[in-house]
Design a protein around this ligand. Structure first.
Ligand code: NAD
Length: 497
């Protein structure tokens, strides 16, 4: 069995903990790899390596830093297929979807290539006689990232390219369920010329995470994962004096008004609910059908859902792959039966779906639930699987109240032909990312990504301008080159003239 390592100081390092996590191929259910879980000492070694590298990396010229990032961009581009295959082998998502994930990660590397524009300071001359003021932004030092299983390449790339471009050094703790992609990302970064220790990867579980949160040399923590862990990360990081951004879970609603093109809305609901087997934090998991749209919309979604091709991610014919683990698959399936018991109509039941030749894989068919009561577990919890709930609402007002009452506020979307209604929705909805006839409104790299309410803890969204702000600290320099006219003693508080 292959054992996956850490990546510390520019080379693979085996864990000596004797503790391992299983890494499965979700399409076959077979365990082909294991990953060694870090001890606190191993985390300390990674942080020490990052701290030593910061001494020179933080002072390396912007020209040199961006030259390496350009080279990295080229290497990633050339290895898209290989990285996507690593993702499919451990996560299960279909290859085309994995390629899309790599492309969205690359977008952030491209943004980082142009970091010099974003790091440009500001200068005000002659704010007082012979006095100038400059504002600059400087790196924080060693920063850490803790990432989830569902985007094993893209979410780390939301973080480290910007952090590194800004002059920080990085310790990544990827998901223990699919750790290979991040190791390859680190390896390629070294190949691009990134100095040893600038980007490190420690594998592990709570032991590694807790040590990063407590470590005095870690200045900031970026986290993406489930809401309970995001809350925990924020509290613990703050307790240890760190800057923190912790992105949590979601339950994204798609509101469909009676004037919407229902065929278009049904297509988009299918793509957004069942793509990547629903294991996306921006997946649509609730459709809110307004007025009399419900029956027709549900019929159109059901008809499309039954035609989806489910199979191994490395089969080009598959549109949806398996779920991440057997336990997660079974938990997702349990929401379909509990929804029926709690008053929902099960229109499509995917829980018995088998994939021929892959009986031990973690497959689940897609399910569609209608008239789901808001008290049902299938409405209240983040299911994170291919289960779409439809809720009926009499009016726009009832629909938006439902969305705004949700504890989560990651993404949301409205489907309509009415510009006035769409405009109202943009302004009134309580969520961080809004789509108008766009079901998965993940912002492009030069805007920032983040939710509201229980979907984000901290002040900054991730990547884009917020990413630069998060990974840098401001400094303001007031300068005077004295003139004989400035001489003299004056104990008053400096004022300007
Ligand atoms: P998770 O919260 O279980 O794990 C995320 C990370 O935290 C992993 O690296 C894991 O090892 C670590 N972790 C898990 N339990 C821990 C504990 N008790 N103490 C310390 N660290 C711990 O999330 P997941 O199952 O890997 O990912 C799915 C979740 O991530 C979903 O809730 C999804 O909505 C969310 N997600 C959110 C976004 C976003 O941008 N808001 C993006 C992707 C995923």
């Amino acid at each position: 069995m292959k054992t996956l390592t850490h990546w510390i100081g520019g080379k693979p390092v085996e864990s000596a903990s004797g503790r391992y996590g299983a890494v499965y191929d979700p399409a076959t259910g077979a365990q082909e790899k294991q990953v060694g879980f870090a001890t606190a000492d191993e985390v300390d070694a990674a942080v020490a390596s990052a701290k030593a590298a910061f001494e020179s990396w933080g002072a390396t010229s912007l020209a040199r830093r961006t030259a390496i990032l350009f080279k990295y961009r080229e290497l990633l581009d050339a290895h898209r297929d290989e990285i996507a295959a690593l993702i499919t082998a451990e996560h299960g998502k279909v290859h085309s979807d994995a390629l899309g994930e790599v492309a969205r990660g690359l977008e952030i590397v491209e943004l980082a290539c142009g970091i010099s524009v974003q790091l440009k300071g500001e200068l005000s001359t002659q704010v007082s006689t012979r006095v100038d003021v400059a504002s600059i932004r400087q790196p924080l030092g060693v920063v850490a990232g803790i990432t989830p299983f569902n985007f094993p390449a893209m979410v780390p790339m939301w973080m480290f390219p910007i952090a590194i471009a800004c002059g920080n050094t990085f310790v990544l703790k990827p998901s223990e369920k699919d750790p290979s992609a991040s190791l390859r990302l680190a390896e390629l970064a070294c190949e691009a010329g990134l100095p040893d220790g600038v980007l490190n990867v420690v594998q592990g579980d709570k032991v590694a995470v807790d040590r990063l949160l407590e470590h005095p040399d870690v200045a900031a923590v970026s986290f993406v994962g489930s809401t309970p862990i995001a809350k925990y990360i924020q509290l613990k990081a703050v307790e240890h004096g760190k800057r923190v951004q912790a992105l949590g879970g979601a339950k994204n609603h798609m509101l469909v008004l009676p004037d919407a093109d229902l065929d278009f809305a049904a297509d988009q609901a299918i793509n957004a609910a069942y793509g990547s087997a629903g294991e996306r934090c921006m997946a649509v998991s609730v459709v809110v059908a307004v007025g009399d749209t419900g029956d027709a919309l549900v019929a159109k979604i059901a008809e499309r859902a039954e035609r989806l091709r489910i199979g191994p991610g490395n089969d080009p014919a598959s549109e949806m792959g398996p779920l991440i683990t057997r336990e997660h698959r079974d938990k997702v399936a349990s929401y379909v039966s509990s929804a029926a018991e709690q008053g929902a109509e099960v229109v499509v039941d995917g829980t018995g779906h088998a994939v021929e030749g892959h009986e031990d894989g973690f497959f689940l068919g897609v399910s569609l639930l209608d008239r789901v009561p808001v008290t049902a577990d299938a409405y209240r919890d983040e299911i994170f699987g291919p289960v779409l709930a439809v809720v009926r609402a009499e009016s726009y007002d009832e629909a938006i109240k439902l969305i705004n009452d949700s504890r989560w506020g990651n993404g949301t979307a409205i489907f309509t032909r009415d510009g006035g209604a769409a405009r109202r929705f943009q302004l009134e909805v309580k969520a961080g990312m809004v789509g108008v006839n766009v079901p998965i409104p993940v912002p492009v790299g030069y805007h920032s990504f983040g939710g509201w309410k229980d979907s984000l803890f901290g002040d900054h969204h991730i990547y884009g301008g917020d990413g630069v702000a998060f990974y840098t600290q401001g400094k303001v320099i007031t300068t005077r080159w004295p003139d004989p006219a400035d001489a003299g003693i004056n104990l008053g508080f400096p004022s300007h003239s």
